[in-house]
Structures are given as C-alpha cells and as structure tokens.
Write a protein that binds this ligand. Sequence first.
Ligand SMILES: [Zn+2]
Length: 426
Amino acid sequence: MDSTSFYAHILGLTPPWCVSNVDLDTSLGEVRIQVIHGSETSLPCPNCGSACSIHDHAPTRTWRHLDTCQLKTMLVCSIPRVSCPEHGVQQVSVPWAEAKSRFTLLFEAFAIDLMLCCARRRAAEILGTSEDCLAGIARRAVQRGLERKALSRQEDATPTMPHLSIDEKYWHRRQCATVVGDAKRGVVEEMVEGNTTASAKAALEGLGEEILARVVSVSMDLHGPFEKAAKDVLDETRIVFDPFHVVKLANEAMEQVRREEVAIHQRLDDPKGATFLKKARYSLLTAASRQKEWAQQKVAFISEWFANTAEAYRLKETLRLYRQCTNEREARDHLQHWIAMAKTSKLAPMRTLAKTVEGHLEGIVRVFSLGVTNAAAESLNARIQAVRVKCRGHRHFQAFRDSVLFHLGGLDLYPRNPHSTVPVSW
Ligand SMILES: [Zn+2]
C-alpha cells in the first residue's frame, strides 16, 4: 500500500475524494496530506443535494487532523464550488470537516473528549494547540448541541415531564447567574446572567412554551424574585420550595444566633467560651444523625452552657425532621407545630425564620405530593462549582455559560459527517 492509499484509508475517504500527495516536513514535524476530488465534473449542492456542475475552486485551506506517528497531520484541499440553478454558487460540503472549521471531525471529537476529562490548558498541551482554539471547538460543540436539542424537542414523540430546579450561582466575584436545571436528569437546561425576577423569567421562558406546559414542578429557594418569576410564567401549584433551601435558611438563622452569642461572651470577657463557640460551627451545622462522637460531645456541652445557640440548634434540628414525613398532611402538621414553637422564641432570627416558613408553607409541603427530591439539584450545584474550579474561573458570563453547558448541559456535542450516519469516533 503506498502512502496516498494508506492515508485515504485511515481518513476514511471515499470517491470522489482521494489523496493526491503526502508531504513530510521533518523540520516542522508535519505531514501534509493533499486531498482532491476525482475527475467528476458535477458534485451535489450542499443545500438541495442535486448534482450541479463545478463552477470553480475556493482558495486552498488546511485542516488540523489527529497526529500520525507523533507528527502533526494537516489536510490540504482546495474545495470545489458548484453552480446550483436554485442556490447559486456554493462551496460543497466535505466529509472530513464541518463548514468553516479549521479542524477535522475526528480532531474535534477527540478534543471534546479530552476537554471533558481534563482542564483546557492540559488538553491544549496534549494536542499541541492553543487554549483559544479549544475554546472555539467547545463553543461550537455547545452551539451544535443546543441546536440538536431544540430540534429533538420539536420532534419529541414521547414528551418528558420535567421537574425543574431554579437556583442562583455566583460565577465571578459578586456576579450571579440564574440556573434552570432538570432536577431528575441532573442537567442544566438554561442559564441567564443575574438573579433578578427578569433574569429568572428569561431563563424559564428560554425553555419554550411546550416544555413549560409540561413542567410538573419547579423547585427553588425562598428567594422572592424566583418565586415571582415562576408565578408569572407557571401557575402557583407547581412551585416547590425544596428542603435543601429550607434547611439552609434554618442553618443561617442558627449561625446568626451563634455569632451574636460569641460576641456576648467576648463582651463578658470570657475568651475561652467565645473561642469554644466559634470552633463549634461545623459541629452545629452537621445534622444530628451524621455527627461524629466528638461533635455530639461539643453539642452536648453547648446545650448546657450556651442557652441561645442551644435553643437555635434545637429549633433547627426540629425543623429538619419534616423531611422524614411521608406525606403532605403529616409535614404540614409538623411544620405548623414548629412555627407555633419558633414564634414564641426569644431569638429574633428564629422568629423571622418562623414567619418565612409560615408564608411559604404550602410550597414547602408540596414537595411530598409532587414527588420532588432535591438530591439532583444539590449535586448539580456542586458540579457547577467543580466546573468553575476546573476552568479556573471565568471573566465573561458567556464563557461561564458555555463551560457549564459543555460539561453539564446533557448535550450531544460531537460533530457529524454530513455524508454518513455513522457517529464520528476517534
Ligand atoms: Zn441547490
């Protein structure tokens, strides 16, 4: 087998495409493969597929391909342009790359897999290319995935009934993004800059009316703007305040009480007591059922010597128990009992929490009738954070959105050969 047939074989080229020449440049460590079309005088129009006569050839271009034998491999071709009676002069589509891409399909597929596994900087080192080039590949992959997703939604024969989650996420210093995810599938559906009612509304409306009509539930924190946006877009009976955020609020209220009590002990010139309470933060935030023995001992000591924190801790743990209820009625009874108890507390943060829970009671207990679990939403939040760490932060919102959708969007990212139904696989 000569080198031209060898490369035509490994590139999977079929007529009319063939390799005319293979150049080896050892000084650059590069192999340049010249690809031409055969003696055909007509080729299919890229828009309608009808055979059209060749008009001329576009200027010569190169595409980066996967390395062969440690050598950078470039495809070189002057793509023919056909004259279609309906669409005018058009450049034909080639089987090795997407239009306007400087990389072959196989290179892009490999780069996508590499970026899914490791940081972009490391992927650039392995591939011998720049981070900017890989950012372009990732951006096109996300765009491709979103277009396919929109198309599959239109053709969806067995429509899904999504349980959505809507949450805010800090992406750069104090800048927030609104993230809409599919709570059951654990994928990010939509992402919009800001955490206001308008951004939450834009994120929900971005899903399209068909999806919104089928939404079973949308779970969120007790943050006013998200609730208002969801009420504007969906009806109230589908809004759920998930247990993760209810417990988070209780933890925040308890933390406020603990910090105030630390300050009291500092004022009373009791540095030992203040330090002990300061260091007990983690033990108090851990659920009683998950505490280690040493944490249980700390909490027992606090119960005896720090009255305010002890009361806040008891109220927090009692509130948490509603998660163990088995139905809506049981949960409502438990929470009403808790609200009555917390309202009589001498601790202002706990009384405020009681009012917040009372105001959102129906949305909180709806979690049982709509069958919502917040495990997926919680893990999604942690996975978005992992993407932020992996990408070492983002300067622009669009870059953050692309990174999150690339890793967590559940998208079909890979390029496809327009002339074949076989998926591109390196
Ligand atoms: Zn045409």
